[in-house]
Design a protein around this ligand. Sequence first.
Ligand code: SF4
Ligand code: SF4
Length: 373
Amino acid sequence: MHYRQYGRTGRLISRFSLGLMRCLDSAAQLEAVLDAAWRLGINHFETAQSYGPSEAYLAQALHSLQLPRDQVIITTKILPDRDPQQMVEAVLRSRDRLGIDSIDCLALHGLNQPEHLQQAIAALPALQTLQAEGVFQHLGFSSHGDRELILEAIATDAFDFVSLHYYLLFQRHAPVIEAAAAKNLGIFIISPVDKGGLLHQPSAQLIEDCQPFSPLALNYRFLLSDRRITTLSFGAAKAEELAVLQDFVDADQPLSLEEAEAIARLEQVRQQRLGRDYCQQCYACLPCPEAINIPEVLRLRNLAIAHDMQAYGRYRYRMFENAGHWFPGQRGSRCTDCGDCLPRCPHHLPIADLVRDADQRLAGAPRRRLWGD
Ligand code: SF4
Ligand code: SF4
């Protein structure tokens, strides 16, 4: 396993981190997964107050496995709150549940909307007092929000690390990676396999399009070869699931020419297959008065049509209107043909037709968000 410095925290962290959101059945389940991860070289375990019994299970597993405390990095997350005192109490609860003297990395969970960032900023003095007392060591945040909001949070200089979505098939946050690296923040990528495209069960078309690499390998190599990115989360529910990482634990060399060509080819293939309907993800069409997240709706459509990623498209699309600020935006069926977006699209896409088409392809029974998201 390769390790990198987790930005300004100064801690050496494994290139893969164990996300514990899928180990909620029992303490024994979490212990088995944790043990396998540790044997693989993973030294960073990530939980959250919102993951039910996860913190308590982690405490039991740490005690039972007797892992050397100074070599283990524990991150937990607390939700932002209007009342800073509630956040202080949440941090203390987490520390006590985890059974440790000091939380290594405390993340504010889901700075997804401007008010969450305002709440975080308002709570900073209280949190910094806790930090000075040693209740936690480093402060960071996770976000499923807009690029601009994440950049704003980074610009506050209040955080040591950031957790975000960024994948081969979703590169909207490339400027965030740049900004975070410029401030020497640790960069943690959330769920690259699942949210990155359901890459553990890729479509036959995507497999063909990524040849001679697997979609999973190409995505991992895209992320691991980027030296600015510190660690990638892996959310195992069983110890055996970690075996897939075996091929990647040391695979952070620069991209080979063949890999770079395969990555470039994917973009070309999408352009060719979508033709004049290809949404180039510039986001110039927003805002939509019906709050349709046009670029994300059309990204899912792009992938469904170009790489036959229907399953991924349906999985993500069905979260619109069902996951609150964790996956904001209305469905394409809400389009009223107002035409506001049309002149803003530099590629003159028939957006109203396309978002409705996406809806027909991808809508189905609503899907609620799980904490693994
Ligand atoms: S035409 Fe449809 S998608 Fe475009 S801004 Fe109006 S409601 Fe939104
Ligand atoms: S402006 Fe056009 S190309 Fe850009 S994201 Fe919107 S629909 Fe896509």
